[in-house]
Write a protein that binds this ligand. Structure first.
Ligand code: SF4
Ligand code: SF4
Length: 413
């Protein structure tokens, strides 16, 4: 009996308006990419007839989701593209893709010798070797690994104090907080404790977004199932699951079911981002924030693509605007071009920088004190391509808050 192909995506809702193509950042810089309409709904019709129509150039999709945000019919275009890659792409990931996708494993290897690794990967000969041997572009700057991770700090400096808080939450910190930016996790714990919430760490695995981009399908399914099992334990204990990275949040809420076909319906709405969590508590009158009187900063906010897809940038914007002494400019909507591991690859480097140019130009023209952004890979791209530092909003809040006064204001009455 002939097998009937079925699409679980909603490609038939496409009204062929081509708005997605206008909003796709890759179309204008890489002619090899068929574009969201052709790669998404149009391609799905053909692929259902015969898998022969699968186009390997779908690998040029950055999974930025800008097409989905723009689509008036709600077609899950990027999900269609990545589901097609998962179902039909028979090519094995290259060594380079496996290395880039295994952020957790690479961090574990690098941490014990972090100063050595950091010096080595910033030298020109090492960059040339990686360029020639692995096709990782020699112009790319790498984030710095830290010798002491966030979890180690938490265990030694913060865990014992968490029991005394009346409210408890589960924190998903992600790989970059553990290996490159532990200051994000420290700021999270400081702010949460100040507003009366104790922090529990999940036994988390990498959310797997880079594994999705690089086609490590079995590995990402294992990570997703592990994380969902952890979330179920947290939810059964009444703990909200709060994250600080926008891409991890989107992946765990939406990519697990839409691309991997893994059901997370019972935990999805318990997974949130810290800015949304804080804003909602403030709005409900459950917490108070007390800011320093002398904090001053001119900040520009780059909204990461996945934050646009979540639709939650308003929470960050409102929180940062609450800080007296801050002047905040929100950049015009635009992709910075890195898209996780995409901009590290030699074949994508020029496109990546061309896509990000309007973001870099806006930042340079505004000449802020620093940039605010929830995504660590946007941070790496903007810091490499402009003269400005980028901070996660929770780091900015921790710096701007009078933590002692906030803690006093949140004491039970
Ligand atoms: S924007 Fe949506 S409806 Fe319009 S062509 Fe693209 S997928 Fe179809
Ligand atoms: S996800 Fe981004 S790169 Fe991929 S088709 Fe949509 S807009 Fe283009």
């Amino acid at each position: 009996m002939q097998q009937r192909n079925i699409s679980f995506n909603n490609f038939e809702q496409c009204i062929k308006c081509t708005i997605c193509t206008v909003y796709c950042p890759v179309v204008s810089v890489n002619p090899a990419f068929p574009g969201p309409k052709q790669a998404g709904p149009d391609g799905e019709r053909l692929r259902l007839k015969n898998k022969f129509f699968f186009d390997e150039n779908l690998k040029f999709c950055m999974n930025c989701k800008r097409c989905e945000v723009a689509c008036p019919s709600g077609v899950k275009i990027a999900d269609l593209i990545h589901s097609a890659r998962r179902n039909y792409d028979k090519q094995f990931p290259e060594l380079r893709d496996v290395v880039l996708a295994n952020t957790d494993l690479m961090g574990k290897f690098a941490r014990p010798v972090a100063p050595l690794v950091n010096s080595l990967i910033s030298t020109k000969p090492a960059k040339v070797v990686m360029d020639v041997m692995l096709d990782i572009d020699r112009n790319r700057a790498f984030p710095k690994y830290q010798s002491r991770g966030f979890r180690g700090w938490f265990k030694k400096e913060a865990r014992a104090a968490q029991d005394c808080y009346r409210n408890q939450l589960a924190y998903f910190h992600g790989c970059s907080t553990e290996y490159q930016h532990p200051e994000v996790g420290k700021a999270f714990v400081q702010v949460m404790n100040a507003v009366g919430w104790g922090v529990r760490l999940l036994k988390e695995k990498c959310c797997g977004v880079a594994m999705i981009s690089n086609g490590l399908w079995s590995q990402v399914a294992r990570n997703a199932n592990h994380n969902i099992a952890e979330f179920r334990k947290a939810v059964s204990r009444g703990l909200p699951i709060v994250a600080t990275a926008s891409t991890c949040t989107l992946t765990m809420r939406d990519e697990y079911p839409h691309i991997l076909g893994i059901d997370n319906a019972d935990v999805r709405d318990h997974i949130t981002l810290v800015e949304k969590f804080l804003f909602e508590k403030l709005d409900a009158g459950e917490i108070r924030l007390v800011f320093k009187n002398d904090y001053r900063a001119r900040i520009v906010y780059h909204i990461p693509c996945h934050m646009e897809k979540l639709g939650w940038s308003i929470f960050t914007e409102e929180l940062i605007r609450m800080i007296p002494g801050v002047s905040l400019t929100v950049l015009d909507s635009g992709c910075c071009g890195i898209a996780g591991t995409y901009g590290f690859k030699k074949e994508n480097y020029a496109s990546s920088q061309a896509i990000g140019k309007s973001v870099f130009d806006q930042i340079n023209a505004l000449s802020p004190d620093f940039v605010c952004c929830e995504c660590e890979t946007c941070k790496w791209q903007i810091e490499m391509s402009t003269a400005y530092k980028v901070f996660n909003p929770i780091v900015i809040l921790a710096e701007a808050l009078d933590l002692e006064a906030t803690a006093a204001a949140n004491q039970p009455r």
